[in-house]
Design a binder for this molecule. Structure first.
Ligand SMILES: NC(=O)c1ccc[n+]([C@@H]2O[C@H](COP(=O)([O-])OP(=O)(O)OC[C@H]3O[C@@H](n4cnc5c(N)ncnc54)[C@H](OP(=O)(O)O)[C@@H]3O)[C@@H](O)[C@H]2O)c1
Length: 339
């Protein structure tokens, strides 16, 4: 057989077996494309359902679905106050809990006058370990609590290395960020289960999406809330209780006044009012959300970053904040204590 014939035979053999592999690869490619298209359609629908449709008038009647009263911890400032106002706007009566009686009186009066709902308040300091809960339990005894918002939380005056944090702050973070949510849920959940309806919102933070250095203890306390909330959803969904873990990025409140970079409202840093109006409209729709579409974009990106890259960004961002605080303290204009 001539060399040219042998080459032709070889070529035919190779192309026959290649066409089989090509067809197999084409099938894999088609399957992958269909899967991606379906998940894109599904994701787009989820985003519209969560962040667009409720704001076009498709809101849930919260009183009918969950009950008359909502309890908001840390409800006199920032996100808690704005969230309480949003609930009142939707006809829910609110009970605010925080430390300062004058602020509580002023905020609850303003909410009741503006939105024509009943309001009440409880003075309590969540940093005092077990101390505040018997009085809270007594005050809530005969109330039909439909919604609990575990909003109270504290952050460091500015991000820092673990060993630089004062011992008191470490205890306060555990008591205020973690224990308060545990105890408040333990107080109101039995009543909700009995009525087979209720919603519990735990305000976590986007810092829980990956380990966040220089905000270590704060981020870990927020990861606790996130995990707790999600697990409780599975435990209690069949009993009619809706749990939501809210994971916002930065919201311009007094908590972040230490940095002029993040304490001013901007495209990605909404005011508490803007954030709360979006977050409340996601209640009952998603068990885990940032509550705000711009933060949802960032959260999706952040979750997919390699851990080392997220940690690098966190350290970089935190060092900028620390430098700013130190500069301000040298100029005597610092808004927070420098250890
Ligand atoms: N701001 C953000 O960028 C951001 C981002 C992600 C998550 N979060 C979370 O969102 C929640 C609210 O944050 P925020 O920025 O709105 O905070 P904020 O503006 O500092 O307000 C905190 C509220 O909690 C109350 N409070 C503080 N310590 C308390 C204590 N020991 N006992 C009882 N009440 C206490 C304060 O009232 P009194 O001082 O009058 O007691 C105030 O009403 C927190 O859980 C925070 O971790 C915030």
């Amino acid at each position: 057989m001539a060399a040219v014939d042998r080459f032709y035979l070889l070529y035919r053999e190779i192309s026959r077996s290649c066409s089989f592999y090509m067809e197999a690869l084409a099938l894999v490619g088609a399957w992958y494309t269909v899967r991606k298209c379906v998940s894109l359609v599904f994701d787009t629908y989820s985003v519209l359902r969560l962040h667009v449709i409720p704001r076009l008038g498709g809101e849930i009647d919260l009183v009918k679905r969950y009950g008359k009263w909502a309890v908001v911890t840390g409800g006199t400032d920032g996100i808690g106050k704005a969230y309480a106002e949003e609930l009142a706007k939707r006809g829910v009566s609110v009970i605010l809990i925080s430390r300062n009686k004058d602020k509580l009186e002023a905020v609850s009066r303003s909410i009741s006058e503006t939105y024509k709902v009943e309001t009440d308040f409880i003075v309590a300091d969540f940093s005092k370990g077990r101390e505040p809960y018997p009085a809270i339990k007594e005050a809530l005894r005969d109330r039909e609590i439909g919604i609990l918002v575990n909003n109270v939380g504290i952050f460091y005056p500015y991000p820092d290395y673990f060993t630089n944090l004062p011992e008191d702050l470490l205890w306060d973070i555990i008591n205020v960020n973690i224990a308060s949510a545990n105890m408040m849920m333990h107080i109101v959940l039995p009543g909700m289960v009995e009525k087979k309806k209720g919603a519990i919102v735990n305000i976590s933070s986007a810092s829980c999406c990956q380990p966040t250095p220089m905000m270590t203890i704060y981020g870990a306390s927020k990861a606790y809330l996130d995990y707790c909330s999600r697990a409780l959803h599975y435990e209690y969904a069949s009993k009619g209780i809706f749990f939501q873990s809210l994971t916002p990025f930065v919201v311009a409140t007094k908590m972040v006044t230490g940095s002029t970079v993040v304490s001013r409202k901007s495209f990605f840093f909404p005011s508490a009012e803007e954030y709360a109006s979006h977050a409340v409209s996601t209640l009952g729709l998603s068990m885990r959300t940032t509550g705000y579409w711009k933060h949802a974009i960032k959260f999706t990106l952040a979750e997919h970053l390699p851990e080392w890259l997220w940690a690098w960004f966190a350290m970089h961002f935190c060092r900028i904040m620390v430098k700013e605080v130190i500069r301000q303290s040298e100029r005597g204009s610092s808004k927070c204590p420098v250890y």
